[in-house]
Design a protein around this ligand. Sequence first.
Ligand code: EPZ
Length: 430
Amino acid sequence: MDRIRIVGGNQLNGVIPISGAKNAALPLMIASLLTDDTLTLENVPHLADVEQLIRILGNHGVDISVNGRRERQGESYARTIHFTCRNIVDTTAPYELVSKMRASFWVIGPLLAREGKARVSLPGGCAIGTRPVDLFIEGLTALSANIEIDGGYVNATAPEGGLIGARYTFPKVSVGATHVLMMAATLANGTTVLGNAAREPEVVDLANCLNAMGAKITGQGTPTITIEGVRSLSGARHRVLPDRIETGTYAMAVAMTGGDVILEDTNMALLDTALEAIRRAGAEITETNSGIRVVRNGAGIKPVDIVTDPFPGFPTDLQAQFMGLMTKANGTSHITETIFENRFMHVQELARLGAKISLSGQTAKIEGVSRLKGAPVMATDLRASVSLVIAGLAAEGETMVSRVYHLDRGFERLEEKLTRCGAHVERVSD
Ligand code: EPZ
């Protein structure tokens, strides 16, 4: 099994191309189930989660062809993928596939909308929290779906003439349930109004793509999204938006090591709150023609308190990385996680590098230390694993991160991107 070996101590200087967003690409790919025409997605990142979803969509009858497109001499590998689902051949998403990647549960929306039925396995446990699906069930029921849980599966059926538009207000903000309800409502009879909807850029990207396919969605990016049902959707061509979590991760890496890096093909509006926290920690962040420039010279890292929140708040997907950064701050900081109840698995691993972190409920207290020391550590989930990379880049000596498959789910060519900026990072295959 692959591991990542990091020898810390080098500053980062250079250019890092930012990939298309994993968390936008996944729902966009699922939207291809809504039409018998071809949906073409550009800037799709080459990641294990994308490959897994390709397998799942193939199972439902989506024909997929990939055009590789090299960008800048192999630095990044954005791809254009064509998805065509002439007929849905199977409305069941089995446990073996759904349990590997939670987002595959989201096929329930398009399957139900287009075929009037779906049998989708419950996703099961997850390292970062319990992550129930009650909001999906409640929301789809509001659109008149009949839902039963049987043998670990959600069996959903639409009324005779299809789903019926309705008003539904989420009791809690959910990115996934917003994606699913929005997709399901595009083909419903009448108008659906979603209240307390997620405002994440990935929701806006999906709505924009659905509109390009002929849907009638307004209000995306605000808490109220209105979807006027249409009879059918057509194909479209859409470019996946830049990955704001990858952007923030590399910005934090530069803030950690010091240096001067341009993050290309991304933009500040996607992550204002996180960038503001990195600025307060001591980095200079400016907009450039092609992206974002992050610089930290001489000045040390200042402690900054953050609380995770739905967009536009500080993203939970950057919480572990920010904790990595705070381990070397000149003072004590506090990080409160409000989205997932168990998203602190990185704490014990960061401690192995010499970090001083204590937990009290949903808040971590981080007492900055002047030096971290490399050690073998274990990745526990996608974002936790990259926080270990950030800490390893600033630790003395060698850090060996095992269970790298977590990283491969969401960071395209991580070691290559960091190495080109002067870091000592390599993949070791046993
Ligand atoms: C998305 O997950 C992202 N995944 C997550 O990124 C991200 O952490 C999360 O949104 C929050 O921003 C993808 O986009 C593929 P939620 P999602 O539904 O949609 C609770 C990563 O590292 N909830 O917004 O599954 C839930 O338990 C991943 O890339 C219910 O209670 O998250 C959580 O506490 C990890 N009932 C909160 O809502 C439900 O029916 C927000 O979860 C659904 C959710």
